[in-house]
Design a protein around this ligand. Structure first.
Ligand SMILES: *Cc1c(COP(=O)(O)O)cnc(C)c1O
Length: 485
């Protein structure tokens, strides 16, 4: 069996600290006390916690081993489609941790934090330049939070025109968070079926768009990794009926530096700094989903906004049309610093190159694997390629089996069973930070698994085999989760 790089050295067995503890073992050696013991009143100290007795090295090894069970972009390729698990450059961390930033207090008056406000202001400007849109707020803390801000802006805009609308068009290839965000703002999502080429059909939109619709939410590129080619025509139809166009730009890494979203007709768009702009994510850590709008909608952006009045950076909060706060203080500030650092260290040329490599890498995987896994739409893809288990059905091997077997080879599984429009989907996003050699090794591993599906399907059915935790009963895990270990 082929392994991905870094496969060996995973420690699979580690007892609990309670099992390792031995009575009387101690974490430090200090000389005996030369003063008499003082008796404290029993009600002051009580029984004390029932902790195991351990030495320092016991504890250090335990936690170091546990930390190595983790899988992340720093340990190997992470082909999780639609998540953009690209490498996070360490220089971003260095700057985010610099003392001027970590010790700045968020309640300082503007005049004492010109530098930290400038970081937000410059980031806003760069994000505007990258998307083509005019005004930006970096408050939202995640992609879905940016969508919520965007939908609140839609609602505020329609309200300001005296026309409350109650529906919104959302393609079946949109990200799952889109209908949820719209529904939170009182919009009923109306699903549009994508056409036979995997993208939106203009006539369908024309048929469904009416003056009850607040607008449309388009994920571009969509979750099939395909570019919505008709976006301008669709935007025109939506605008003619008084609606707005929302662009889900979480996966801007497929178009950054190449596509101007404003020229596409997009009015509001969110970005995921924790995808496109290389800030760490996964595990529910802090993210950032800035929301970007055209000039006409700038007044509705969350408050306060960082502005520059020619002399000073200021937090402007007298903004009567604003949808209000989306986050305390300035948003997830450390993430903003990392993203600005990424943009500045890359420069315009390299940001564009990152996009080109992201697409090239996905296309390479698509072409190399399409004779082995069924390709959902045999068309030029953007940053990700969507396959399915159709070819493996005759061996009764499913997408889940393939994903689990990949773990045995040292890879994080790709996104599976999403998007829903592809039965048994396997969605692979290699990102631009993987080298040709890494991609080739991954491709070889997938090919080997596909061959095993034919020769020894049981191997896949019983995967993963090299882990402490074997295949979970997912139904039981969902229905009766045991959360207390
Ligand atoms: C990841 C993603 C989101 C959601 O972003 P979160 O930060 O996870 O809330 C929304 N849309 C698309 C297309 C995405 O890929």
């Amino acid at each position: 069996m082929k392994y991905g790089p870094g496969r060996s050295g995973l420690i699979m067995e580690e007892p609990l600290l309670w099992e390792k503890g031995r009575p009387g073992r101690n974490g430090m050696s200090i000389p005996d006390s030369d003063v008499p013991d003082a008796q404290l009143a029993a009600d002051l100290c009580g029984e004390g916690p029932d902790f195991p007795d351990l030495s320092e090295v016991d504890v250090v090894r335990h936690y170091t081993r546990l930390s190595q069970w983790n899988f992340g972009v720093d340990t190997g390729m992470y082909p999780l489609g639609s998540c953009t698990m690209k490498y996070n450059p360490k220089i971003n961390e260095k700057h985010a941790a610099s003392e001027g930033i970590t010790s700045a207090h968020p309640m300082l008056d503007d005049e004492y934090c010109q530098g930290t406000l400038r970081i937000i202001y410059e980031l806003q400007n760069y994000l505007a330049a990258i998307t083509g849109l005019d005004a930006v707020s970096v408050q939202p803390a995640a992609g879905a939070h940016g969508e919520l801000a965007g939908m609140l802006i839609f609602a505020a805009y329609h309200k300001s025109r005296g026309k409350k609308r109650n529906k919104i068009l959302i393609p079946d290839t949109a990200h799952g968070t889109n209908p949820a965000s719209a529904a939170l703002c009182g919009y009923k999502p109306v699903s549009i079926k994508s056409g036979p080429r995997g993208i939106l059909d203009v006539d369908q939109v024309r048929e469904l768009m009416d003056e009850e619709c607040a607008g449309i939410m388009i994920t571009n590129p969509n979750t099939l990794g395909l570019f919505e080619e008709n976006i301008r025509e669709i935007a025109q139809i939506v605008h003619e009926k008084g609606g707005l166009v929302y662009g889900d730009g979480a996966n801007m890494n497929a178009v950054m530096g190449i596509v101007d979203m404003k020229k596409c007709g997009v009015d509001v768009l969110h970005l995921n700094l924790h995808k496109t702009f290389s800030t760490p994510h996964g595990g529910g850590g802090p993210g950032s989903g800035p929301v970007c709008v055209v000039e006409e909608l700038a007044g509705f952006l969350p408050s306060p906004r960082v502005v520059f009045d020619g002399e000073q950076y200021r937090l402007e909060d007298e903004r009567p049309e604003s949808i209000g706060r989306m986050h305390c203080f300035h948003g997830n500030y450390g993430v903003l610093v990392r993203a600005l650092c990424y943009i500045l260290t890359m420069g315009a040329e390299n940001l564009k190159k990152a996009t080109q490599y992201a697409v090239l890498n996905a296309c390479y995987i698509k072409v190399k694997l399409k004779n082995h896994l069924h390709l959902a739409y045999d068309r030029p893809c953007m940053h990700e390629a969507v396959f399915s288990d159709k070819k493996q059905q005759e061996y009764k091997v499913t997408t889940l089996d393939i994903a689990k077997r990949l773990m045995d080879s040292g890879y994080h599984p790709p996104t599976i069973y999403f998007p829903l429009v592809v039965h048994g989907a396997i969605m692979i996003e290699p990102t631009e930070t993987e080298s040709l050699e890494e991609l080739d090794t991954f491709i070889e591993v997938v090919k080997e698994i596909v061959a095993e599906a034919k020769s020894d399907a049981e191997l896949l059915k019983n995967a993963p085999q090299r882990f402490k935790v074997k295949r979970l009963d997912e139904t039981q895990a969902a229905r009766q989760p045991c959360l207390c270990g």
